[in-house]
Design a protein around this ligand. Structure first.
Ligand SMILES: NC(=O)c1ccc[n+]([C@@H]2O[C@H](COP(=O)([O-])OP(=O)(O)OC[C@H]3O[C@@H](n4cnc5c(N)ncnc54)[C@H](OP(=O)(O)O)[C@@H]3O)[C@@H](O)[C@H]2O)c1
Length: 280
């Protein structure tokens, strides 16, 4: 199972149209048991996702592979920051430790050596970073900071990292993708896009035509498009409800005909700036 669960939604009020809000403890337990039943083993969290790490710790299971991330260090050492996360996660070690934002590493290159020491210490099995733009990845790789795990945004219309995937695979780097639903934006109707996203109206129109032509939902298209890229190791998805996870699991088991993706790939986006949620 390549689906992984993102957890910002469990610690912060997040998502473009989040009508559900942060899941209750009861709802979170339902989401986690559904995940366990379906071999979803990887969970993406961060020290800057509110009490998301704490909630994962409260529902600790040694079956889970936790990837957490360091945001700002605020004068602390990387080791101190990881020890804090491990305490919240009620774990002695984790599957992956990533820099949440590339800047922290780009401005403090020595932190990569510190990160490698944490791996050698056994506190984390893998190390890496999360990036937003291809040039950040290029700079880090050129600085010989070769990660075990890299997290990138990737989705139907946001394909800016696609040409890097094979290179990352050759280097045996584990690829985690996020924002496959563009933080929920793909679930919006064109009439709900508003002024900010008007540059995406034409593309959403084409997606509507593809949905009608083949009889698939936007969930099927968004998940199917990412799923068919075999270079991707983990597909990180954010959910607030068990129901959302169930519909994702149902869709994940269906296979879309190749011609659907040929049509999707014909959709050209001029304004790629708007595809990065940082710019919203
Ligand atoms: N820099 C980083 O490292 C970074 C940045 C962003 C995210 N992340 C990680 O990625 C995870 C996923 O977040 P994302 O931004 O990538 O979001 P996403 O997975 O693209 O979209 C998640 C949103 O899609 C909607 N959704 C999910 N399942 C649905 C369903 N079955 N039906 C209808 N709507 C559904 C929900 O939004 P609504 O309920 O609002 O519709 C949900 O909040 C986060 O939890 C976090 O772990 C990491």
């Amino acid at each position: 199972m390549r689906i992984a669960l993102g957890t910002v939604q469990w610690g912060l009020d997040y998502g473009i149209s989040n009508i559900n809000g942060i899941p209750s403890d009861k709802e979170l337990r339902l989401i986690l048991s559904k995940a366990d039943q379906n071999d979803i083993s990887v969970f993406d969290t961060s020290s800057i996702y509110g009490n998301s790490e704490l909630r994962l710790g409260d529902n600790y299971s040694n079956k889970r592979k936790i990837v957490t991330k360091v945001g700002e260090l605020n004068g602390d050492s990387l080791k101190t920051s990881l020890l804090r996360s491990l305490k919240r996660l009620k774990s002695s070690n984790i599957y992956g430790y990533l820099f949440h934002k590339p800047e922290i590493l780009l401005n403090n290159n020595y932190l990569w050596e510190d990160m490698k020491m944490l791996k050698l210490s056994g506190m984390t099995k893998k190390i890496g970073y999360s990036v937003y733009e291809p040039n950040e990845l290029e700079i880090l790789i050129n600085k010989k900071m070769i990660p075990d795990i890299v997290q990138i945004p990737y989705s139907l219309l946001d394909r800016k990292f696609e040409s890097y995937l094979n290179f990352l695979k050759e280097k045996k780097i584990e690829i985690h993708v996020r924002s496959i639903f563009l933080q929920g934006l793909y679930f919006k109707k064109i009439s709900e896009l508003g002024e900010k996203f008007k540059s995406l109206r034409a593309a959403f129109k084409e997606l509507d035509l593809i949905k009608a032509k083949y009889g698939f939902s936007i969930l099927d298209l968004a998940l199917g498009f990412v799923k068919m890229n075999k270079a991707i190791d983990r597909i990180i998805i954010g959910v607030e409800t068990q129901e959302q996870l169930c519909s994702i699991l149902n869709s994940y088991s269906s296979n879309l005909p190749l011609k659907v993706f040929e049509d999707i790939r014909k959709i050209k986006i001029k304004d790629i700036f708007i595809l990065n949620p940082v710019n919203w």
